[in-house]
Design a protein around this ligand. Structure first.
Ligand SMILES: CC(C)(COP(=O)(O)OP(=O)(O)OC[C@H]1O[C@@H](n2cnc3c(N)ncnc32)[C@H](O)[C@@H]1OP(=O)(O)O)[C@@H](O)C(=O)NCCC(=O)NCCS
Length: 199
C-alpha cells in the first residue's frame, strides 16, 4: 500500500522517550535503575531459552549499554512498570530502525512474576500505538521461536501475522529450533485496533 507524501516525509522522533499509561502498566524510558528488577530475569536460564540469548554482558556493561540508549535517536527502549506496585516487570523495545522503509524490529521480555498477567499484551499494544501513531512507522517485525507458544499467542492476538519460518536458527542444549517471523503493518493495526484486546 502506498502512503501520502506528508506521512512519508515525517522523520520519527525516537529521541523523545515517552511515558505511556495503560490500565495495568505504564511505559517509561528504560533507565539503569530498572536493572535492579530486570537483572535477575537477564540471568534466568528459562528466559535465555525463550529469547535465544547467549549474552555474556556483566551488569556494569549492561548499565553502560542502557545509559547509552537513554537518548538514542534510532531506537526506543521502554521499561514496563506495574501500576499497582510501581515495580518494573519488563521491557519493550523498538530497534533496527530502517529510516527509508519506516520499519523496526520489536523485542520484549518480562520477569517471571510479571508473566501471564496481561501485562505483555497491554504493554505491546501501547508501544504499537506509539509506533504507528507518533513515530509513523509502517512495519514492525519480530522473530519468535516456534516453541514459544505464549509469545506467539500474544503477538497473534495483537495483529501480528506469520510471514514464514527460519529453519533451525537456534541450537539449545543440542536441539535445533525454528524461528517464526511475524510482522504487523500500519493499516492492519489501524483496521484491528477497535477490536477488544482479548479478541
Ligand atoms: C511473551 C511475553 C512478552 C507475554 O507477556 P505476558 O504478560 O506473559 O502475556 P499475557 O499475560 O498478556 O498474555 C498471555 C497469553 O498467552 C496465553 N498463553 C500462556 N501460556 C500459553 C501457552 N503455553 N500456549 C499458548 N498460549 C499461552 C495466555 O492464555 C494469554 O492469552 P489469552 O489472553 O488469550 O488468554 C512474556 O510472557 C515474556 O516476556 N516471556 C518471556 C520472554 C519471551 O518469551 N519474550 C518474547 C520472545 S519473542
Amino acid at each position: 500500500m502506498t502512503c501520502p507524501r506528508s506521512v512519508r516525509n515525517v522523520l520519527p522522533d525516537f529521541a523523545t522517550k515517552p511515558t505511556i499509561d495503560g490500565d495495568l502498566v505504564r511505559l517509561v524510558p528504560l533507565e539503569t535503575r530498572h536493572l535492579d528488577e530486570l537483572w535477575p530475569a537477564y540471568e534466568d536460564a528459562e528466559l535465555a531459552r525463550l529469547t535465544g540469548s547467549t549474552g555474556t554482558f556483566t551488569r556494569d556493561e549492561t548499565e553502560r549499554i542502557i545509559a547509552g540508549r537513554r537518548h538514542a535517536p534510532d531506537r526506543l527502549d521502554l521499561a514496563v512498570i506495574e501500576r499497582a506496585t510501581g515495580r518494573c516487570v519488563g521491557e519493550v523495545v523498538l530497534n533496527e530502525w530502517d529510516e527509508h522503509n519506516r520499519s523496526c524490529n520489536f523485542r520484549t521480555l518480562f520477569v517471571a512474576s510479571g508473566r501471564d498477567r496481561g501485562f505483555g499484551t497491554e504493554a505491546i499494544r501501547l508501544i504499537l500505538e506509539h509506533a504507528f501513531n507518533t513515530l509513523a512507522l509502517h512495519r514492525i517485525s519480530l522473530g519468535v521461536f516456534a516453541f514459544n507458544a505464549r509469545a506467539r499467542r500474544v503477538y497473534e492476538k495483537l495483529g501480528f501475522v506469520e510471514e514464514g519460518v527460519l529453519r533451525e536458527t537456534l541450537n539449545w542444549d543440542g536441539e535445533w529450533h525454528d524461528e517464526i517471523i511475524m510482522s504487523i503493518l500500519e493499516d492492519e493495526w489501524r483496521s484491528g485496533r477497535e477490536l477488544p484486546i482479548d479478541a
